[in-house]
Design a protein around this ligand. Sequence first.
Ligand code: FAD
Ligand code: NAD
Length: 446
Amino acid sequence: MKKNFDSVVIGSGVAGRGAASSLAAAGKKVAIVEEDLWGGTCPNRGCDPKKVLLSAVEARDAALQLKEKGLHTVPEVNWPDLMAFKETFTRPVPEQTKDSLQSSGVTTFFGNASFTPKQTLQVNEDELEAEQFIIATGARPSFLDIEGKEHFLTSNDFLTLPEMPKTITFVGGGYIAFEFAAIANAAGAEVHLIQHNDRPLKAFDKELVDLLMKQLEAKGVNFHLNIEITKITAAENGFVITDDSDFQLNSDLVFCTTGRIPNTEALHLENVGVEYDKKGILVNGYLQTSNAAIFALGDVLSKKQPKLTPVSSFEADYLVSHLTEKQSEPIAYPSIPTMVFSGPKLTQVGVTAETAADNPNDYELSTIDATKWFSYSRTNEPISTVKIITDKKTGLLVGAACLNNEADELINYFSRMIDQKMSAEELSKKVFAYPTIASDLSYFYS
Ligand SMILES: Cc1cc2nc3c(=O)[nH]c(=O)nc-3n(C[C@H](O)[C@H](O)[C@H](O)COP(=O)(O)OP(=O)(O)OC[C@H]3O[C@@H](n4cnc5c(N)ncnc54)[C@H](O)[C@@H]3O)c2cc1C
Ligand SMILES: NC(=O)c1ccc[n+]([C@@H]2O[C@H](COP(=O)([O-])OP(=O)(O)OC[C@H]3O[C@@H](n4cnc5c(N)ncnc54)[C@H](O)[C@@H]3O)[C@@H](O)[C@H]2O)c1
């Protein structure tokens, strides 16, 4: 049946649902299509469930640090209980998301959406017409094309794992592997992480990544660098992972964590002339595709910005203000902090230490070992390192990287200081509650 709307959004993740409900609030007749879990990756099988599992890791790590310093025992993670707790967050998400979209006036369709040559959208028996289409179909886990690839599990499986196995292996050393390695290690598994070159977490500061690996190694995580695996074989107990040389590893479970691929194929973009590459859909500065009536945002984009939740929601806000004619300028991204929620946490924003070291005439780089500072030593943290990058001409903060348990708080302060072009002198005049992470800021940036 033919149905007509002002805007039709494909995908109900952070990007799609944000755009759909705001367009409806602006008086547009809006429809949204979802083929799987309403709410998409972040609240169902991404950031939020991962962070619930991390809560137990953080509590256990805090107790480990204070062992014989006021605490006698280190608690054990009860995986089934932790999973049950996680499910109290994830279970209600799909229904709540759908209800909230409907109560904001958005018409919902469930099914796979694909474009027809008439520039309409086919969803089951329905054919949707619209002035604008907004593609927000996100990305899915990739699989290495090797012998035995059917044995790979993905991040979706890890986040619903009923039991923590004895041995667990992550192939690919990126965000997901480092975060899940910390979780599985705290939950008692023997953890292996295999990276095909010598540069895991490539987008992050190498020195800090090496320090993070040392911390994880000290907790028992095993790193295998420069290993290109070629085969997974089912064995009596679990699997055997091999390369073309003499690498061999037995593991109960093997997870492919080599990145995510954009959901473009099922859309039949060729029917509507929307261009894309292997990283995703190509857009101009207005998030408009090569078809003027079709826009795209979120993880499905081919873009240089990191594919993260706050980036998707920033794009949704931008697109809505552009389509409702409140914004005629191209999208201008603020500084985007990136973060690996491992043990400890690793973060980065702005100009990198590597760029600063390569351009000593332009940037001042200071590396600060804060391990013995009160804020970190009071919890007996094993390491706290912060890198601060300032512009030599203006003296202003332009970049920061942190490795410690409080890096999530620190990086948000540093990001705001960069965007607000706050000088060290202005910072020194602010009053922060003491003793807190914020009250240390002037010691880092002075
Ligand atoms: C394990 C994990 C942990 C993460 N942790 C963090 C974190 O801590 N912080 C952070 O900022 N980011 C994190 N991310 C990234 C973050 O989840 C994504 O950047 C964000 O969810 C992208 O939102 P989106 O709306 O673009 O896509 P999605 O949320 O993926 O939504 C896309 C939706 O489109 C639907 N869809 C696809 N094709 C079709 C079709 N043809 N028809 C109908 N519907 C379709 C999908 O089913 C999906 O629901 C994590 C990701 C993962 C996998
Ligand atoms: N904290 C966060 O913000 C967070 C957490 C999880 C996921 N995410 C998002 O999800 C995306 C996907 O995460 P991811 O960890 O799957 O991907 P990733 O791109 O972060 O890392 C993939 C890793 O796999 C390695 N690799 C590639 N081919 C390989 C091979 N053949 N053998 C061994 N290693 C190989 C890469 O070199 C890289 O180190 C991230 O890029 C990010 O956008 C964000």
